[in-house]
Write a protein of this length. Structure first.
Length: 303
């Protein structure tokens, strides 16, 4: 009995090294597998990066539709360099569309929207939509009569009130029709000139120019411009609109008469004019101003 009892510890001592060796071999196999897998991934990554730098999958042609072809150079410049020094920016798989749009819009404020399309593996096409001029803005109200010809420079702005291009200071003759459709980029939708103070402190305009800024009361423009066009029915078109900070506007007619009303009350102002039409003449220049700021009332002053 004593002999068999003493043999058990000896078997246990002999089996311990065998178990430890098995665990070590497993760890080595896992380590070798991880190293091989990592090297394989590194190899595949190198092949991928090498492929991305090859000419057939890099943008070398930029075609611009609806704009000056010089915009292609801006787009090409936006694709120079690489991402983290690894992937080229002009790779057809990683075209920096947001960067291209940002640079084009920054250098060409007259562009409203940009669409970018792939053109095979080595080219892209860019479609440009220009801003439509709504009217001309010529700064704050002049000290002289606002119906006079404004001094240059004036600027075009779009439907959102965004100022994007310089315009001629010469005033275009107001159309006899209440609805004027722009024929080209140099002819805005509305023939009248707009005056409004611009707060350069809070604008996005570049130093020394209002281009890039948005007119403060742009939200009031659609209703105000509709009202201005309606006044053609009274015999004299509006030649300039002056927006004030106190939510009032002055409409200067070609006849020389000024019509003053409160922004947002265009329908009431027009109804008041219609009701008093028999007692006033806006076409012959006999009136200095017509005041429509008070509901249901029409105040006027003769020259």
């Amino acid at each position: 009995m004593s002999g068999r009892a003493s043999s058990a510890p000896q078997r246990s001592e002999r089996s311990a090294p065998h178990g430890a060796g098995l665990a070590t071999r497993r760890r080595l196999r896992r380590r070798r597998g991880l190293i091989i897998f990592s090297l394989l991934l590194l190899f595949l990554f190198g092949v991928l990066v090498y492929g991305l730098w090859q000419a057939p999958v890099r943008i070398s042609r930029v075609v611009v539709y609806g704009a000056d072809q010089s915009l292609a150079a801006v787009a090409t410049a936006a694709m120079q360099g690489s991402y983290f020094g690894v992937v080229p920016r002009n790779s057809t798989f990683f075209v920096p569309e947001a960067r291209i749009r940002a640079l084009l819009l920054a250098e060409h404020p007259s562009v409203a929207a940009i669409s970018i399309f792939r053109n095979g593996f080595s080219g892209i096409s860019i479609k440009v939509d220009h801003r439509a001029p709504v009217a001309r803005w010529c700064g704050a109200a002049p000290t002289a009569a606002a119906s006079s010809t404004p001094a240059a420079p004036c600027y075009f702005f779009d439907a959102s009130g965004f100022i994007y291009a310089t315009s001629s200071g010469a005033s275009r003759e107001a159309s006899s029709s209440p609805l004027f459709v722009a024929a080209d980029a140099a002819m805005p939708l509305n023939p009248f000139t707009v005056y409004e103070p611009l707060d350069f402190g809070g604008s996005q305009a570049s130093p020394g120019t209002p281009i890039g800024a948005t007119l403060p009361q742009a939200a009031a423009f659609p209703a105000a411009f509709d009202f201005a066009r309606q006044l053609v029915a009274f015999g004299s078109p509006v030649v300039s609109v002056v927006f004030r900070h106190n939510q009032e506007a002055d409409l200067y007619l070609r006849s020389g008469t000024r019509v003053t009303y409160v922004l947002g009350q265009e329908q009431d102002a027009y109804a008041a004019l219609v009701s008093a039409r028999a007692d006033l003449n806006l076409a012959d220049g006999s009136l200095e101003y017509v005041d429509l700021r008070f509901p249901g009332k029409v105040y006027l002053k003769k020259k």
